[in-house]
Design a protein around this ligand. Structure first.
Ligand code: FES
Length: 120
């Protein structure tokens, strides 16, 4: 599958409910910040843009989870998202969504799917 996937990081870099990994993807010719996290044993990735105002969620780099480790939280106004769906359940953008990216884990590594590969 060479050329059809992009390695993001080793699977061990993402700890359940722990810090996320920041990377970027290409959208409309621009490099856009994104992140990956591990939750309930699975890896998820989203654009790093709050559904309220398109600012990055993490004030401290890589800290996307709240103190419980169960929800993603935007540090600007506290929008709270379900890690597995990106659905906002609390805050000023309740009912909206983070933009999900295609990722998968294979042989101990985490990859972006072909459709998400950035050229930067
Ligand atoms: S910018 Fe994220 S909650 Fe307002």
């Amino acid at each position: 599958m060479a050329g059809t996937e992009r390695l993001i990081c080793p699977g061990s870099a993402l700890i359940e409910g722990g810090n996320g990994l920041r990377f970027s993807v290409l959208r409309d010719g621009k490099s856009v910040p994104a992140f990956a996290i591990r939750y309930d044993g699975c890896v998820y990735a989203y654009l790093n843009q709050c559904a309220h105002i398109p600012v990055e969620l993490d004030w401290t780099e890589g800290e996307f989870f709240d103190s419980s480790g169960l929800y993603l939280i935007c540090t600007t106004h506290g929008a709270t998202y379900e890690p597995a769906t990106g659905h906002c359940i609390l805050g000023p953008c309740k009912g909206r969504q983070l933009t999900a990216l295609g990722v998968y884990e294979r042989d101990g590594s985490i990859y972006l799917t072909q459709s998400e590969i950035a050229n930067d």
